[in-house]
Design a protein around this ligand. Structure first.
Ligand SMILES: [Zn+2]
Ligand SMILES: [Zn+2]
Length: 263
């Protein structure tokens, strides 16, 4: 039984189906106690770049208001949080934080879908295997993101597909896991990857995370309301948990240092 989920999308990001309320209903039906929304954050890029897979600026206010209304409406049945899934883009991060600080929010999930600043990097979630330099850059950026203190967990840390040299993979991912352990930031075992047969969860990564003793959180990465109610995928995740002795925590410590501008 999954009681919490902090990785939830909605129609606001333009590639997920259903309103926030559809997701709340599905979570309540399953008997969940905590549902966090983490739609792809609006990123006000300095050069006007548009992502296509994230909330547009004009959706932002509606997203927050809808979730606030749901918090009130369902307060006796489920705890609901306002969050975002965001990349750490060094040149754009501070402006993104300033932008989301216009409204209340509870937490950020670090989902590093691109390297550098998106418009000048590579897509980390591609089907094509990447080179060592891209893996190193990805890990550097996930670590820098964790070090900002803004992120409560790392979504699909094993998203990037580097398969050339297992020693290099282990070396780099050990850096990522080690930093997560040091900063007590859980790593997410991603259900969307599991249910849609993606390259992640990548078992060698989880073998290492288990051996190192990293904290793990399950994340539905729901892009449909039904994904919150998918027992088969939950059982697959539990099998991985057992196989590698993963320490799974149910609730997240929410970090939202709202004061000041990040460096
Ligand atoms: Zn998405
Ligand atoms: Zn996601």
């Amino acid at each position: 039984m999954l009681y919490t989920n902090y990785h939830t999308h909605s129609y606001h990001c333009n590639h997920a189906r259903g309103t926030p309320e559809d997701y709340v209903r599905s979570a309540v039906e399953r008997g969940m106690q905590i549902l966090g929304f983490s739609d792809h954050v609006p990123y006000p890029f300095s050069n006007g770049h548009r992502s296509g897979f994230r909330m547009e600026p004009q959706e932002h206010r509606v997203y927050v208001r809808e979730i606030q209304e749901l918090q009130a409406k369902y307060q006796d049945r489920i705890q609901i949080y306002i969050g975002y899934e965001a990349e750490y883009y060094p040149d754009e991060f501070a402006a993104m934080i300033t932008n989301i600080n216009q409204y209340p929010w509870d937490y950020l999930v670090l989902g590093q879908h691109f390297t550098h600043n998106e418009y000048d990097g590579i897509y980390a979630g591609g089907k094509k295997a990447v080179e060592e330099e891209h893996l190193v850059q990805y890990v550097d950026q996930v670590i820098a993101g964790m070090e900002t203190g803004y992120f409560s967990c790392v979504a699909h840390p094993d998203l990037i597909r580097y398969r050339k040299d297992e020693h290099v993979y282990q070396r780099e991912m050990r850096r990522l896991c080690g930093k997560a352990i040091q900063l007590q930031i859980p790593l997410e075992l991603n259900f969307l990857g599991l249910s849609s047969g993606r390259e992640y969860p990548y078992e060698p990564f989880w073998a290492m995370a288990g051996e190192m003793g990293a904290s793990v959180i399950f994340g539905c990465d729901a892009h449909t309301p039904e994904a919150l109610n998918d027992e088969e995928t939950y059982r697959k995740a539990q099998a991985i948990q057992q196989k590698y002795g993963l320490r799974v925590q149910e609730t997240l410590t929410l970090r939202s240092p709202k004061k000041g501008t990040p460096q």
